[in-house]
Design a protein around this ligand. Structure first.
Ligand code: SF4
Ligand code: SF4
Length: 266
């Protein structure tokens, strides 16, 4: 990676990053690229791995990623610095960041950029931070002198995640984020596994996550909410609520989950 890029990423405490030619990535959302990209022909992608684990919370009913404020806020702030700084460093070129909602397949590209192996649940597992990382990428029309491209690598397929999964078909994480009524089976699963949003079972049982390091990034330590109650959600101002990852489905969805979860205390 070019030293100037590395210096900018060090300032943001992003240790794992790699640059790929755009041609090495899989375009999965060409419509998004067309709508959002304003530069010349895309030539390169700077892949970023952003760790978010801040520690263990003895009492927690949210997936670990949803304990701090919404990571989309983090990426918005990060890209607003980096896009500007990169454009100043490389005048005449366009840089645009994406995270989660991306034109390219992120896990595959991240592995090709050397950021980790692809796990059986299609998550990226980093050697230091495990799968407690978010992926983001910056597209640009600049050609770099050197690239970090390598063949994608995969986990050992030990099967621990499949064996520990509490759901025969589908995924509890997705079920907690779906609108509409919860089935009695999903309500029961939420109470049994102790979650109101998301599911971390296939992460916590993965041996590659043993000893995963804590993130050095300050954003993820601010305003943590590991254990949510319906009272707390009802008391949140609109501004506070919109800062949370679970706000994307509206207050009704997370309250529906909480009411079902809290039934056990009746
Ligand atoms: S638990 Fe095993 S199979 Fe599943 S992602 Fe981890 S290493 Fe791969
Ligand atoms: S997140 Fe939970 S429900 Fe979904 S695949 Fe992993 S263990 Fe299964």
């Amino acid at each position: 990676m070019e030293k100037t890029v590395r210096v900018l990423l060090d300032r943001e405490k992003i240790e794992y990053a790699g640059i790929l030619p755009f041609s090495e990535c899989r375009v999965i959302n060409p419509g998004l690229l067309e709508r959002s990209w304003r530069g010349g022909e895309v030539q390169s992608v700077i892949m970023l791995s952003v760790p978010y684990r801040t520690g263990d919370f003895p009492s927690r009913n949210l997936s670990l990623y949803a304990v701090p404020r919404d990571y989309h806020l983090y990426f918005r702030q990060l890209f607003s610095h980096l896009e500007k700084e990169l454009a100043q460093t490389f005048p005449g070129y366009t840089f645009k960041g994406y995270a989660d909602h991306s034109p390219i397949g992120e896990t595959y590209a991240a592995s090709k950029a050397g950021l980790g192996v692809i796990g059986d649940k299609f998550q990226l597992i980093n050697e230091k931070y495990g799968s407690y990382t978010f992926l983001g990428e910056i597209l640009t029309d600049r050609v770099f002198e050197a690239y970090d491209t390598r063949e994608p690598t995969f986990c050992s397929h030990c099967g621990a995640c499949a064996r520990a999964c509490p759901v025969g078909e589908g995924c509890l994480s997705e079920m907690t984020q779906r609108k509409g009524e919860l089935t009695p089976e999903t309500e029961e699963l939420m109470r049994k596994t102790g979650t109101v949003w998301g599911c971390d079972i296939c992460r916590t049982c993965c041996p590659m996550n043993d000893g995963a390091a804590r993130t050095p990034i300050a954003f993820f330590y601010e305003k943590p909410t590991p254990y949510l109650t319906s009272e707390a959600v009802e008391a949140m101002s609109e501004e506070e609520f919109l800062e949370r990852a679970y706000s994307w489905r509206g207050r009704k969805t997370i309250l529906r989950n909480l009411f079902a979860f809290e039934k056990k205390d009746d």
